[in-house]
Design a protein around this ligand. Structure first.
Ligand code: SAH
Length: 249
């Protein structure tokens, strides 16, 4: 039977998922707690990804090697870098790039050495299902997020975007850095710290992968403002609602 891996970037998101997994068992591997159980009748293993590319790659590898997951979904938050990608929007990755990968002049900028490419795609069919769930949740925002949070974070008609997400081992929190990133990767919609690593591990093992990020900031000088409140009040509500509405095929 298929086993789904759920990687959450934030404690609050994972807690919300675990609440909906009665009878789950904790298994400790590599200093991480993996939670084995069921999610809506499907066998799942849920785990905190940990922050940064290496930590997330270790978590993804353990999910595949030790727990035999044969598809993987990632949820977390990200900084919006593409035009019109606003706080409260959701970005579904169709591919990932490591914005801090640079082995030039030996290899082209962003190319992962010995892979012959810089982009790692997500799984089209898994992503389509997740997009439908996200669309549904965003259209009923008020059911999932309280009116105070809607007002505080200015969540007005949040949108779903699909495209390239850039990952790297930096929390991008200045307008200047964000601009440099936009210039280097004009099609990047969002920036975060784990996705490209997980996408690469999944490509290595041939495991279908889908990833979804709620935009928590604009990767500019205000990027740190109210981060934890946003994760608690908005992003973790979205993640739970989207995963619950997701119909796996
Ligand atoms: N205070 C948090 C740490 C967050 S680190 C904690 O204690 O858990 C930032 C996380 O949010 C990473 O998982 C990263 O993927 C994502 N992220 C959100 N906005 C980002 C930005 N502007 N730049 C890089 N990563 C960002």
């Amino acid at each position: 039977m298929a086993i789904l891996g759920i990687m959450s970037a934030m404690h609050e998101e994972l807690a919300a998922v675990l609440d909906a997994m009665p009878g789950k068992q904790r298994v400790g591997v590599a200093g991480r707690d993996f939670w084995v159980g069921h999610w809506q009748g499907q066998e799942v293993v849920a785990v905190l990804s940990r922050i940064g590319k290496v930590a997330a790659a270790t978590t993804a590898t353990a999910l595949i090697e030790r727990f035999g997951v044969d598809r993987l979904v990632f949820t977390g938050v990200a900084g919006g870098v593409g035009p019109g990608v606003r706080v409260g929007d959701v970005v579904l990755a169709d591919s990932f790039v490591q914005h801090d990968m640079d082995a030039s002049p030996l290899f082209a900028r962003h190319e992962v050495p010995l892979y012959g490419r810089s982009r790692f795609d997500t799984h089209a069919e898994l992503s389509r299902g997740l997009a439908a769930a996200a669309q549904q949740v965003l259209s009923q925002l008020g059911t999932h997020v309280g009116p105070q949070a809607v007002a505080e974070f200015g969540l007005h008609a949040p949108r779903l975007h699909m495209g390239l997400i850039a990952s790297g081992d930096r929390f991008v929190s200045s307008a200047a850095e964000c601009q440099t990133l936009q210039q280097a990767l004009p099609e990047a919609l969002a920036v975060e710290m784990e996705g490209a690593a997980v996408a690469q591990v999944c490509a290595d093992y041939g495991v279908p992968f889908a990833a979804l990020r709620t935009i928590s900031d604009r990767a500019d000088d205000d990027a740190h403002a109210d981060f934890s409140r946003f994760v608690r009040e908005v992003a973790s509500r979205y993640s739970l609602a989207i995963l619950s509405a997701w119909r796996l095929v």
